[in-house]
Ligand binder design. Structure first.
Ligand code: ATP
Length: 566
């Protein structure tokens, strides 16, 4: 590959093949960093998404929305092979990427390739697919994929299909990409990671690294309208432990059971946006927050961190997050939902105020700014809190929060900076109840009898501590209500990769919070552990795959059982 020359897709495929062949993260970093050095600014942006198995950036709302059935149609259309045969191949291999490779190989034995595919052609068609809406969408999507497959070599076809279906699985996670950018452009890892926390997009970070190096990355700062990673908190078991971590005195706030909402406001630009913890833009879904934030923010610009809690229709009671989560994905009849499920927002932090980033300022100063910029009103509130060094007072506040049906309390250091995306000891959470994990569903079974239309018995997995892989840890068959079975089945059905009798394998995407009574060692699951009596607590819509709990946390909790720590 020569820098400055249009990149052929075949060159990208060589990279993907090489990454696929090695299990070593160090080797992946070496291969990828060499490749990034040779990219131009457009290529590097896209390559950074592709190697992580994504087509678009995390903060981009774009999606391809292509199911297996559509890929089958595109393979048939591009190769002239009939649908029955394509499905037979699929049954044999279980991977539509392999099917595309095989089908295109058969066709190319008879014809000569018309022209070679470029990376920009792939990007063009992916963008077009993501923009399609309304009547005729399916056939237009099939035509755009088929056009790519018609001009692709067999091996290129395999990767195009895997990319579209989100099944590249190259083992390149955020860590490998961060290290590769760092190595390619000789920029310290911490600077690359900080830039990502601010920009929320590795494509953008890689592009700036190439064009402007570390100096350019350092200039990435908070921008009103661009979401940043939320700061996270570690768990403690009691007030004493909390003070040990955060020091005295500490800021103690209610831990509300709601949706993390990052509110971005700029009066001059007439901008008001709301983002979730997954950096999803949910402004359209919450016109009520938009309205009351516009009305009650007394500043020129700000970025606020807050928790939005659902209320009953008469606004008298809080409702659990699980119910509120139905508002997050809503596209239609939003006004009706606003009436049925009103919300209230509790602001607990301010990261930006009137043109100035506040992340390095101490929390005690940031919360004073919050109080200053929010007018007194019933909908947008400052978070209830106390500041104390007294354990008894802290415990009373914790009990008060529980008495008001909140999840518990957050205990935060007065001096804390805002650390995006990190679980640092600047703040801790204290809540009662059984220990739980956030695990991803990788398989399920069709139920029997009255549950026969539901997928049940969910095979759960935790994250590999180093690789982008998931390790099974147990099956969950208790806890879900009828409604939840229906909901989880609806989420899992489009993710089915393979069916074997009543069992299905699904693409890891649906994350469940699962409590358990005990962790046991077990050769039955690939993690080496099994959860005893796993029970569903809730579906974690707001979490991303990289937030699934990893094997280290499982091991830690396993060992803690013997030390009486949990
Ligand atoms: P949990 O499972 O306990 O909800 P989590 O894994 O989702 O935790 P944590 O970082 O452990 O995430 O807990 C912090 C979450 O609690 C935040 O993402 C936020 O949505 C919520 N929260 C509620 N009240 C507050 C508050 N006063 N300050 C900070 N976060 C709060």
């Amino acid at each position: 590959m020569v820098k400055g020359v249009i990149m052929k897709f075949s060159e990208v495929v060589v990279l993907l093949e090489e990454l696929n062949k090695t299990n070593s993260s160090l080797e992946k970093t070496r291969i990828l960093s060499e490749f990034l050095k040779k990219c131009n600014e457009t290529d590097i942006y896209w390559i950074s998404h592709f190697v992580r198995g994504k087509v678009f950036s995390d903060i981009d709302k774009k999606e391809l929305g292509v199911a297996n059935s559509l890929i089958i149609k595109a393979i048939c259309s591009a190769t002239g092979i009939n649908e029955k045969k394509v499905k037979d191949y699929w049954r044999e291999t279980g991977d539509l990427g392999d099917v595309a490779e095989k089908a295109v190989r058969q066709k190319t034995q008879h014809t000569l390739l018309s022209r070679s595919l470029t990376l920009s052609k792939i990007i063009e068609n992916f963008n077009l697919i993501s923009m399609l809406e309304g009547a005729g969408t399916v056939s237009k999507k099939v035509a755009l994929i088929s056009e790519l497959l018609t001009n692709a070599t067999p091996i290129e076809s395999k990767y195009i299909v895997r990319m579209i279906l989100g099944k590249l699985r190259l083992g390149v996670g955020d860590g490998v990409l961060r290290d590769s950018i760092s190595k390619a452009f000789k920029i310290p890892k911490e600077i690359v990671e900080r830039a990502y926390d601010m920009a929320g997009d590795y494509g953008e970070v890689a592009k700036i690294s190439l064009l402007k190096g570390g100096k350019g990355l350092k200039k990435i700062s908070l921008r009103v309208g661009t979401p940043i990673q939320s700061m996270l908190y570690i768990k403690v078991n009691n007030v004493k432990e909390a003070f040990k971590v955060v020091g005295k005195p500490a800021i103690i706030e209610y831990k509300f059971d709601g949706l993390r909402t990052q509110i971005h406001y700029d009066k001059k630009r007439n901008l008001l946006k709301i983002f979730t913890r997954r950096l999803e833009d949910v402004t359209n879904q919450f016109p009520d927050i938009v309205k009351y934030a516009r009305k009650n923010l007394n500043c020129d610009s700000c970025i606020l961190d807050s928790e939005t809690v659902g209320l009953s229709k008469d606004k008298k009671n809080f409702i659990p997050f699980q119910k509120l989560s139905r508002r997050i994905k809503r596209k239609y009849h939003i006004e009706k939902m606003v009436k049925e499920m009103p919300v209230k927002t509790f602001v607990f932090d301010c990261l930006f105020h009137n043109g100035k980033a506040l992340m390095d300022e101490p929390l005690e100063k940031r919360i004073k700014i919050v109080s200053k910029i929010i007018k007194k009103n019933p909908d947008l509130n400052t978070c209830p809190r106390i500041i104390t060094s007294d354990e008894k007072e802290a415990e009373e506040f914790f009990n008060k929060a529980l008495g008001e049906k909140q999840e518990g309390v957050m205990i935060k250091s007065m001096k804390a900076k805002y650390q995006p995306g990190k679980r640092v000891g600047y703040g801790v959470k204290l809540k009662p109840g059984l220990e739980s994990f956030d695990l991803v569903v990788v398989g399920a079974e069709w139920g029997q009898g009255k549950r026969s239309k539901f997928l049940s018995s969910y095979l759960l997995a935790c994250k590999h501590p180093k690789k982008d892989e998931f390790l099974t840890i147990g099956k969950l068959s208790s806890g879900p209500t009828e409604e939840q079975y229906e909901e989880i089945t609806r989420l899992l059905k489009p993710l089915i990769l393979e069916t074997r009798g009543r069992e299905v394998i699904v693409k890891p995407q649906v994350i469940l919070e699962v409590s358990y009574q005990e962790i046991q060692k077990s050769p039955k699951y690939t993690s080496g552990f099994a959860l005893r009596f796993p029970t569903l607590k809730q579906v974690r819509y707001e979490k991303r795959l990289n937030e699934v709990d990893d094997l280290n946390k499982v091991k830690f909790n396993y060992e803690s059982q013997f030390q009486g720590r949990l």
